[in-house]
Design a protein around this ligand. Structure first.
Ligand SMILES: [Zn+2]
Length: 279
């Protein structure tokens, strides 16, 4: 029981006794030191990898996660992976600083000659970009997804790949929102913006995956049919399209050849939707 406890009944924040005479400059210094330490730790898990751009053939370096050094600790309902040491999603996009060609690492080398021409004509002219020094901030990472998306549009990428980019961009924005600190200046506005942007990205992903399901054959951006169906179901449930979600969940649960991990997730999603409807 502290001297100033119970102040929240007046709608006021609790005063912590060790904060009363604390020097604000000292606190700032501590926060800065902590930030520096975090950056140093994140840098430990990154390497500068050299790439030869398939479009302009120039050499450049880009930061990559040393994949064997990070540990997956779980995933969100929509399969967004969570790692113990850092958010690997920030380092997914490779950007050539010379010509502006950018994509996810998985598709970086798979570009046709006709598409290279489209990059040169629509992206390279006037492209200016400086590779960030040190770790990528969330804003750096989100910019890199924007550049990758501009490239996907320029080269007329298929719907599943464009949707997958939107999905990963939405996940990255969620990562940013989780790092915002309550009580800091501008927190409410920034959180609101993040939530709006995440919803926009995930809604685009849902629409794109639905279009891909009608037009393309698996794999869809490296995913099998059951993973795609689960993702459409989880995103549809998020945006209130319960009819679409329920249909896909029912077919996933009854499909014995579907990926077992995904069937398990589909059952969990069904339970969540049912209990959400009850409440
Ligand atoms: Zn290039």
């Amino acid at each position: 029981m502290g001297l100033f406890s119970g102040m929240n009944k007046f709608g006021l924040n609790e005063i912590k006794e060790d904060e009363i005479f604390a020097d604000p400059a000292e606190k700032k210094k501590e926060e800065k030191a902590e930030e520096k330490k975090r950056e140093a730790t994140e840098l430990d898990f990154l390497i500068d990898r050299t790439y030869i751009c398939p479009v302009c053939e120039e050499e450049f370096k880009s930061k990559t996660v040393k994949s064997r050094s990070v540990r997956l600790i779980g995933s969100d309902d929509d399969l967004r992976p969570r790692y113990q040491q850092l958010d690997c999603l920030k380092y997914d996009v490779i950007v050539c600083p010379h010509c502006g060609y950018a994509s996810l690492g998985r598709t970086y080398k798979t570009i046709y000659d006709s598409q290279k021409k489209l990059v040169s004509e629509t992206i390279s002219r006037g492209f200016r970009y400086i590779e960030p020094e040190g770790i990528y901030t969330y804003d750096d990472a989100i910019e890199r997804y924007q550049i990758a998306f501009a490239n996907a549009m320029a080269i007329k990428q298929i719907d599943s790949e464009k949707a997958y980019l939107c999905l990963r961009m939405g996940w990255t924005i969620r990562g940013k929102s989780e790092t915002l600190k309550a009580g800091t200046p501008g927190y409410e506005e920034e959180l609101k913006k993040c939530r709006e942007d995440e919803n926009e990205a995930l809604k685009l992903a849902m629409d794109g995956f639905l279009a891909a399901r009608n037009k393309e054959q698996p794999p869809y951006a490296g995913m099998d049919q059951s993973t795609l169906d689960y993702l459409i179901a989880v995103l549809s449930a998020r945006f209130g399209k319960l009819d679409v979600a329920s249909k896909l969940i029912a077919s996933l649960i009854s499909n014995r050849s579907a990926n077992p991990r995904i069937r398990e997730r589909a059952r969990d999603l069904k339970d969540k939707i049912v209990s959400g409807l009850k409440n």
